[in-house]
Design a protein around this ligand. Structure first.
Ligand SMILES: [Zn+2]
Length: 99
């Protein structure tokens, strides 16, 4: 995975932020102001992959839907469902280049 991705036309940086995320017990977080998706790279790859999709859905909601969803009870099962299908297709994310 590159450390920079355009999401809905916005240049997001994918970074690791183990220290701050661990304090809150979070796996990942999105920072819209600084256009960053932060990942807790201490988590296992499958958890990170689902978390990445989760934050991706938040960003799409924010940019395309003006935050109409903004509900973890919707985002979470969507992320899980998408990740389950991607896994069956043999699609995996490689986080080795994320620093
Ligand atoms: Zn969320």
């Amino acid at each position: 995975m590159p450390n920079k991705l355009f999401i809905a036309g916005h240049p997001f940086t994918i970074e690791q932020d183990v220290d701050n995320l661990d304090i809150d017990g979070q796996r990942a977080r999105i920072d819209y102001k600084r256009l960053r998706i932060l990942l807790n790279l201490q988590k296992k790859e499958s958890v990170l992959s689902e978390s990445f999709i989760h934050e991706l859905l938040h960003s799409i909601d924010q940019i395309y839907l003006n935050n109409q969803i903004d509900d973890e009870n919707i985002i979470e099962p969507f992320a899980e469902g998408i990740w389950q299908v991607l896994q069956q297709l043999g699609i995996q994310f490689d986080f080795t280049d994320i620093k």
